[in-house]
Write a protein that binds this ligand. Structure first.
Ligand code: PLP
Length: 391
C-alpha cells in the first residue's frame, strides 16, 4: 500500500497493489494454505445457487433497472425490517450496487467535496482510504487498540478530536474487519452524538451484520437504529459475506432518499448496473428462514474457535475476535516485531499465508506487531494450517 508509482494521478500514487494480490500470489507460488484473503471455500445456500442458474437460463441477462430489480429491493427492505426493525421504502430508499465496495465508493464520491473530512476507525478495510483519496477528501483515522479489557477499544477523546467543522461523514464498520471487534452500545452512542453535534452523515459498512458471535461484548446494533440516526445514515451491506458468494458482487445501500440519491448519481456512472441473474438469487437468499442465519453464524464461530485454539497452541498472542471472518494475532511472543516481514516469509517457513495488519493503518506503528488470519475456510483446511504452524 505504500509503494509509490510514477504513473497515474497523484492522488492514487500512494496505493500500490493491494496486499491481497501480493499475498494470494505468494500462496499460489509456494503452495501455502491461504488464510490471508477473506473468501469462503464452500458455496452458499443451494436455493440461492439454483435461483441464479434459473435466472440466467431464463433470460435475465440484460441490464437490470438502475436502482436494482424490484424483487431484490423489496427483499433488502424486508430483511432489515425482520432483523433490525428498520423501515426503508424499496422505491427510493434502497440502491443495489456492485458489492459493498461500490456502495462505499459511491457514497463517499457522492457526498464529499474535495477537502471534506471523513472520520474512520483504523485499522480500516483497504478500499476506504482509496475511495476517500479519489474524492479528494481527507481521512481522519481514530486508532483501535487492544485495551485493558482485552477487547479492541478507542480513546473517546481521540474520536471527539477527529470531528471538526469540515467533517462530512463518519465511516463505521461493525462488526469490524480486520480486528473482529463489535462496537458496543456506548461506543455507538458516542458516534451518534458526535454526528448530530457536527451535522455529519454516517456511512455504515455492515457486511458482517450476521457475524457477531454469541460471546461478543455486545450483539451487533446498526447505528441507524439509534435515536436521530436513521435519517443521516447510509447503511451498506452485501450478499458476499452472508451468503458465501464474494465473487457475485451484489451489495446494497439503504437510507433516506437524499443520501441514496447522492450515491446513485455516482453509481450509475461507475458501473450503471450489475449482476442481473444474481439479483433475483440474492432476493431468494435474503428470505431464507432464521435457521439459515443461525447455522451460518454458529459454523463460523466454531471455525473461529478451532483456529484460535491452534494459533494459541502455536505460540501466537491471540486477540479476541467477536465477529467477522477474521482473528488478529500478536507476533511478539514468537519473537516477531514486524508483521510485514513475518507475513512475507511465513509461506516459505510454515506454508501458511496471513496478512500484516499494519497495511490497514495510517499509524503503522500501532499495527506493526499484528497479523490477521481468516477462518472462513473448511475445518480440514484450518486443521492443516494449524498443523503447519505448530510444526
Ligand atoms: C469484504 C468486505 C467488503 C466488500 O464487500 P463486497 O460486497 O465484496 O464489495 C466491504 N467491507 C468490509 C469490511 C469487508 O470485509
Amino acid at each position: 500500500m505504500t509503494t509509490a508509482y510514477e504513473v497515474g494521478v497523484q492522488r492514487m500514487r500512494p496505493f500500490g497493489t493491494t496486499i491481497f494480490a501480493e499475498m494470494s500470489a505468494l500462496a499460489v507460488r509456494t503452495g501455502a494454505v491461504n488464510l490471508g484473503q477473506g473468501f469462503p471455500d464452500t458455496d452458499g445456500p443451494p436455493e440461492m445457487l439454483a435461483a441464479a442458474a434459473e435466472a440466467l437460463r431464463g433470460g435475465q441477462n440484460q441490464y437490470p433497472p438502475g436502482p436494482g430489480i424490484p424483487a431484490l429491493r423489496a427483499a433488502v427492505a424486508a430483511h432489515q425490517r425482520r432483523f433490525w426493525g428498520l423501515e426503508y421504502d424499496p422505491d427510493g430508499e434502497v440502491l443495489v450496487t456492485a458489492g459493498a465496495t461500490e456502495a462505499i465508493a459511491a457514497a463517499i464520491l457522492g457526498l464529499c467535496e474535495a477537502g471534506d473530512e471523513v472520520v474512520c476507525f483504523e485499522p480500516y478495510y483497504d478500499s476506504y482510504a482509496a475511495s476517500i483519496a479519489l474524492a479528494g477528501a481527507v481521512r481522519k483515522p481514530v486508532t483501535l487498540r487492544p485495551g485493558a479489557s482485552g477487547w479492541y477499544e478507542f480513546d473517546p477523546d481521540a474520536l471527539r478530536a477527529a470531528f471538526g467543522p469540515r467533517t462530512k461523514l463518519v465511516l463505521l464498520n461493525s462488526p469490524h474487519n480486520p480486528t473482529g471487534k463489535v462496537f458496543t452500545p456506548a461506543e455507538l452512542a458516542l458516534v451518534a452524538e458526535l454526528c448530530q453535534e457536527h451535522g455529519a452523515y454516517a456511512v455504515t459498512d455492515e457486511v458482517y451484520e450476521h457475524l457477531a458471535f454469541t460471546d461478543a461484548a455486545a450483539p451487533h446494533i446498526p447505528l441507524a437504529t439509534l435515536p436521530g440516526m436513521r435519517d443521516r445514515t447510509l447503511r451498506i451491506s452485501s450478499a458476499g459475506k452472508t451468503f458465501s458468494c464474494t465473487g457475485w458482487k451484489i451489495g446494497w445501500a439503504s437510507g433516506p432518499a437524499h443520501l441514496v440519491t447522492a450515491a446513485m448519481r455516482v453509481k450509475q456512472f461507475l458501473t450503471y448496473v450489475n449482476g442481473a441473474p444474481f439479483q433475483p438469487a440474492v432476493a431468494v437468499a435474503l428470505g431464507l428462514p432464521d435457521s439459515y442465519y443461525e447455522e451460518f453464524r454458529a459454523g463460523l464461530q466454531q471455525r473461529r474457535d478451532q483456529l484460535v485454539a491452534g494459533l494459541s497452541a502455536a505460540g501466537f498472542g491471540v486477540l479476541p475476535s467477536e465477529g467477522t471472518y477474521f482473528v488478529t494475532t500478536d507476533i511478539t511472543p514468537l519473537g516477531g516485531t514486524d508483521g510485514m516481514a513475518f507475513c512475507r516469509t511465513l509461506p516459505e517457513r510454515s506454508g501458511v499465508v496471513a496478512v500484516p495488519t499494519e497495511v490497514f493503518y495510517d499509524d503503522t506503528a500501532a499495527g506493526q506487531h499484528l497479523v490477521r488470519f481468516a477462518f472462513c475456510k473448511r475445518p480440514e483446511v484450518i486443521e492443516e494450517a494449524v498443523r503447519r504452524l505448530s510444526s
